[in-house]
Ligand binder design. Structure first.
Ligand SMILES: NC(=O)c1ccc[n+]([C@@H]2O[C@H](COP(=O)([O-])OP(=O)(O)OC[C@H]3O[C@@H](n4cnc5c(N)ncnc54)[C@H](O)[C@@H]3O)[C@@H](O)[C@H]2O)c1
Length: 418
């Protein structure tokens, strides 16, 4: 068997722990191509705890570091790193890992600003190493199926997409930094997932008109365990409230390069009845999409009376095939529904990210979510912000080239990038 890619996890917070569960999932499969050999975190305790967890989950005796450069000097044969540090540190941490000669998988969003994305992409180009961005939502088999339905013309030609979520009240979301403009506000940190889904379904966005708001300047700490309970161990250290500086709601109208339209609402301060809907309309029908990581079926409705939300939907997606690892983890090549709890689904999707990353290192191929793809998702989020700031529709080209950076400039100044 080919040797496994020797890898370190850098960033041992909540998502680092979730990634470790993903590695364990991959290790239990017949598709394992990764070996965890080290963990690294500026916070020594977080790194030590994760090494203990790696021992119990993987039976691995991993080395613990507080400094990535020392780790590269001391761990023989280390080839790759998984950068799961907080969003505001990606531009430094991922750049350093690439410059240290490690293939790097970086959590989404690629960076806190477009300039930050450019820095990481330049490091990847300099080092010639693989840069993969860990965007998990599009890897959900149900999203793969929807993409195949669209590509195979199930609803005719793409016309319009609505993606809208309203929830959150004044709850603090997961960590205090997710409410800080200078560290990665929710609208970027979580919103970038939906930006990626928009581009995954409909292709490159071209122009955007947007409005953003900060509705809840004080967030109350209520639920502290985070998704899957992975943040429970830090719960005792959280303050009762968090002063928010980052916008918590965004509203946008998007024109895609192929002429189609998208309407996007991502509102993390909604009161009353939560609302979540993702609908795709084509020239012959619609797809009601269930959202991400829940395994619920897609509903197809056609003008000729067809209404399907069961296995027969596969007849409309002849090209749909999961890759062998996804098929093994989710129970078949043409999965149209699945029923796992959140932690199980989560770790299966993260296992897929690792498998693809290591395969790219082995074969010298590019991953699905390259720096450029991930930067475009960040640009789509900031297009809404920069449109609001400038009071006009903006182009993605203006955002990607940093010709328009009125909103981001304060962040870039804080990060020392201008
Ligand atoms: N894909 C998803 O579904 C998903 C879900 C949650 C988080 N994330 C992403 O994962 C990343 C991490 O989020 P989190 O919730 O785990 O954050 P967190 O605050 O819980 O943990 C971050 C960890 O990184 C460490 N760190 C910071 N800078 C470092 C550096 N230069 N070197 C080494 N360690 C460093 C911190 O000490 C901390 O332990 C974020 O980018 C976030 O957007 C993705």
């Amino acid at each position: 068997m080919t040797e496994r890619v020797k890898l370190a996890i850098v960033g041992c917070g909540g998502m680092g722990r979730r990634h470790l569960a993903g590695l364990a999932e991959l290790a239990r499969s017949d598709h394992n191509n990764v070996e965890l050999v080290a963990v690294c975190d500026l916070n020594r305790q977080n790194a030590e705890d994760m090494a203990d967890e790696a021992e119990s989950l993987l039976g691995a005796n991993v080395r613990v570091f507080g400094d990535a450069a020392q780790m590269v000097r001391e761990v023989e044969g280390l080839q790759a790193a998984d950068c799961t540090t907080d969003t505001g540190s990606h531009h430094k941490a991922a750049t350093a890992l690439l410059d240290l000669g490690l293939h790097t998988m970086c959590e989404k969003p690629l960076a806190l600003t477009i300039r930050g994305c450019d820095l990481i992409m330049a490091a990847a180009a300099r080092s010639g190493k693989v840069l993969s961005v860990a965007e998990n939502y599009r890897r959900d088999p149900i999203n793969r199926l929807i993409r195949a339905l669209l590509d195979d013309g199930a609803i005719g030609a793409r016309q319009f997409m609505l993606d809208a979520s309203v929830r959150g009240k004044d709850d603090m979301f997961i960590t205090p930094w997710r409410h800080q403009k200078l560290h990665g506000a929710l609208t970027l940190d979580a919103g970038v997932h939906y930006a990626d889904i928009l581009q995954y379904y409909f292709g490159d966005p071209e122009t955007v008109y947007g409005k953003v708001r900060l509705y809840e300047p004080t967030r109350v700490v209520r639920r502290t365990a985070g998704p899957g309970g992975f943040y429970e161990k830090w719960a005792g250290k959280l303050p009762p409230t968090v002063e928010a500086t980052g916008e918590d709601a965004m509203f946008g109208l998007i024109t895609f390069a192929n002429g189609t339209l998208g309407q996007w609402t991502d509102h993390y301060a909604g009161h009353g009845e939560p609302f979540s809907r993702r609908m795709v309309y084509g020239t012959r029908g619609s797809l009601a999409c269930p959202g991400d990581r829940n395994g619920r079926p897609v509903r197809l409705m056609l003008d000729d009376g067809v209404a399907i939300a069961d296995e027969r939907i596969l007849d409309y997606a002849p090209s749909y095939r999961l890759d062998p690892t996804a098929a093994a983890l989710f129970g078949g090549e043409r999965v149209w529904t699945y029923d796992f709890d959140f932690p199980t689904t989560d770790r299966k999707l993260l296992a897929l990210e690792y498998q693809e990353f290591a395969a790219c290192i082995r074969t010298g191929t590019q991953p699905e979510v390259t720096g450029a793809v991930a930067k475009r998702a960040v640009a789509l989020v900031y297009a809404l912000f920069e449109s609001d700031r400038s009071g006009r529709p903006v182009t993605i080209a203006e955002i990607e080239s940093v010709a328009l950076d009125g909103y981001q400039r304060e962040i870039d100044e804080y990060l020392g990038l201008v």
